[in-house]
Design a protein. Structure first.
Lengths: 224, 461
């Protein structure tokens, strides 16, 4: 993907650039909002990664200006102000996702991948998800693996659905908390770990090949 | 009704009413004094005239025969304001004989002055009709007469005058007092209302301004552009103080934002390094995440110190908050050897921020999970306008205010945790106009009570 990065901290910018290029993306880096906005309107990017507090024109204004020109390019906001109000403000201005600093490389990549996919042609929501011998029927709310029915409660189905929809991509704790429970803060107890371990006990443990994999310091990935 | 009561509570209106009351009292006293004064003056005047009439007759050496000659025509009798009783006791004129018994001045009623047979004629002479005067009481103005009796030519001469004119004039005075008083009250009420209304606009401005400052909004000045009087000067003074405060608060805010920015960026890099180093123990990553969470909590508490901007809160069913918390933590508690249950008892819908309320309950539940120990029962309940989280653990023994930032019970020092959990809960409760209380009789119970107002569309107004 062609990614525009707006970040005024050279160290962090270099790190983000390294993360993204190592994942196979090409990155144009800008340090102030004005030149980034000009670049965004004159070039065709697949994704913009914007810091909020930058010189000349702040990230939020860049988003607002771009959206006012009916640009639909996916935008991921980065900011030091990790608060719900800021998040809402960013999303209302037209950003597609919001990532508070400090963030893990995997968190960044997971969200970049999710946004990049969102930019593609709209997909119809599947009513059933399958991977290898695991089948999840969302309409009937039933799950089978290797032909055996697995009894999952609605919460476990939501969790499995979130993982299966992002097959092969890392889902961070924060992303799972957002998608499954719609909460935007990070509980200090191991909520996600507990639910994943319960899900694993039903979906993975009785079978030979585990499908849910833990990614150190980042989250979980399904079917990699 | 409430408008009237509100009006009475306006200081300008009260001043106007008090002044008009005082004015009316003074006016009534003056009226009374006038009545007394005028009455005595006029009576003195009448007495002087009566005496003068008598001394005129004495000076002219009027004799009994002269007088007898005046009263020959029976029809003319009533036109005279004199009457005479001869030495023999015969009355010439219209008066009753006993009137002559007392020498000097007397004030008598119509009926005790005149002989009955002249009543009707007198009526005619005064231009009135009505035949039954001896049966019906006479109006005051012809009922009171002044008589002066003095010796003349061996007999006694009585000179008399009605006091009606005086009483007429005096009767107007109370009417004048009442009319003027009514006009005065109406004027002062009207003026008071207008003054109270004008004054109130400015007082309301001060009140709203101070309330705004209390909510943490220091940016809006309240003084008018043109400073006219002391009230404007007070507003100007408050504005100046608020501006100064605002300046230092902005500096502090900017500073903490910069601190957050400067801390978070190196933390992000540190975390990235840790993430990429599988050789390091995962505890290093966990500790870093803990620092990040603490920083998060500090920032959130700082941001929640203001009242919510209008429109940021929406109706939140407390039942939803509790149910989501159960959904999140039931299994975590189970894993920890504890049982989590939910009690819903007519849960209310409050104005709030759903995410913050869930975070508040989550913090309380996480505290319970962390400190109540194995085998404890944890209850999350939504009862009317109260959210509470209770456990059957050991409770807390310290008397310190556990809701202060970084305050931790001695029992909890051994566990993880920033010491900001309850401070954040308190900040979120305050943000919603709710009150946090901790009870440690059996285990620990943390309760957040929402005021009745926090369910209204706009508290404070």
């Amino acid at each position: 993907m062609n990614i525009l990065l707006l970040e005024d901290d050279p160290d962090l910018a270099a790190w983000v650039e390294k993360c993204l290029t190592s994942a196979g993306h090409s990155v144009d880096h800008f340090e102030d909002g004005k030149t980034a906005l000009i670049a965004a309107t004159t070039h065709d990017y697949d994704l913009l990664v914007l810091d909020r507090m930058v010189p000349e024109l702040d990230g939020l204004s860049v988003v607002k200006t771009l959206r006012s020109t009916r640009s639909e390019v996916p935008i991921l906001m980065l900011t030091a102000l990790g608060d719900v109000a800021d998040k809402v403000e960013g999303l209302e201005a037209g950003a597609d996702d919001y990532l508070p600093k400090p963030f893990a490389q995997s968190e960044l990549l997971a969200r970049v991948m999710a946004l990049g996919r969102r930019g593609g042609p709209a997909q119809t929501e599947p009513t059933s998800l399958s991977h290898a011998d695991l089948h999840l029927n969302l309409l009937a709310q039933t799950c089978t693996r290797a032909g055996q029915p697995i009894d999952l409660n609605p919460k476990e189905i939501r969790l499995l659905e979130a993982l299966m929809r992002n097959k092969g991509r890392v889902m961070t704790r924060a992303m799972l908390l957002e998608r499954v429970w719609q909460i935007s803060f990070d509980p200090s107890t191991n909520v996600v770990e507990t639910h994943i371990s319960r899900l694993r006990a039903k979906v993975d443990k009785p079978f030979e090949k585990p499908l849910i994999e833990t990614v150190r310091g980042a989250g979980y990935v399904f079917g990699r | 009704m409430s408008l009237g009561v509100n009006l009475l509570r306006r200081s300008a209106m009260r001043n106007a009413l008090a002044l008009s009351g005082l004015f009316i009292a003074v006016l009534a006293l003056c009226g009374l004094w006038m009545v007394v004064q005028i009455r005595s003056d006029v009576r003195d005047e009448i007495d002087t005239q009566l005496k003068l009439a008598h001394s005129d007759m004495q000076a002219q050496d009027v004799t009994t025969d002269d007088i007898r000659a005046w009263f020959t025509d029976e029809d003319d009798l009533i036109l005279y304001t004199e009457a005479y009783r001869t030495a023999a006791g015969e009355v010439l004129g219209t008066l009753r004989p006993e009137v002559f018994d007392t020498l000097g001045f007397q004030t008598l009623s119509f009926h005790s002055l005149f002989q009955g047979r002249y009543f009707n004629s007198f009526e005619w002479a005064h231009g009135r009709d009505g035949a039954f005067l001896d049966e019906e009481p006479l109006p005051d103005e012809v009922d009171t007469w002044r008589v002066y009796v003095a010796p003349l030519d061996g007999g006694r001469m009585a000179v008399f005058e009605p006091l009606s004119a005086v009483e007429d004039a005096l009767g107007i005075i109370p009417q004048v007092v009442i009319t003027v008083g009514a006009a005065l009250v109406a004027t002062t009420l009207l003026a008071g209302t207008i003054m109270a209304w004008r004054q109130q606009i400015r007082l309301d401005r001060i009140r709203d301004g101070i309330a705004r400052i209390g909510r943490g909004d220091l940016s809006q000045p309240m003084a008018p552009e043109l400073v006219r009087d002391d009230l404007d000067e007070i507003m100007l003074g408050i504005d100046r103080a608020a501006a100064e405060l605002n300046g230092s608060i902005s500096q502090l805010k900017l500073f903490s934002q910069n601190v957050a920015h400067e801390l978070r960026t190196p933390l992000a890099r540190l975390r990235a390094v840790l993430e990429d180093s599988p050789a390091l123990p995962s505890a290093a990553l966990e500790r870093t995440d803990e620092v990040i969470r603490t920083l998060d909590a500090v920032q959130r508490i700082a941001r929640l110190s203001h009242q919510p901007a209008p429109g940021t809160l929406s109706p939140v069913p407390l039942a939803d908050v509790v149910t989501l918390a159960e959904d999140l933590f039931a299994e975590v508690a189970l894993e920890n050897g504890q049982k989590l249950r939910v009690v819903l008892d007519a849960p209310a819908v409050v104005q709030g921020d759903f995410q913050l309320l869930v975070q508040m309950v989550s913090n309380l539940v996480e505290n319970a999970i962390r400190y109540s120990g194995n085998g404890a029962r944890i209850t999350i309940s939504a009862q009317n306008r109260c959210l509470s989280v209770s456990d059957t653990g050991p409770g807390i023994t310290t008397s310190d205010d556990m809701t202060e930032p970084f305050a931790r019970a001695a029992e909890s020092r051994a566990h993880d945790g920033s010491g900001l959990g309850l401070a954040l809960v308190k900040a979120i409760a305050r943000y919603h106009g709710a009150k946090l209380s901790l009870h440690s009789d059996h285990g620990l119970r943390a309760q957040v009570s929402f005021s009745d107002l926090s369910g209204e569309s706009d508290p404070l107004h």
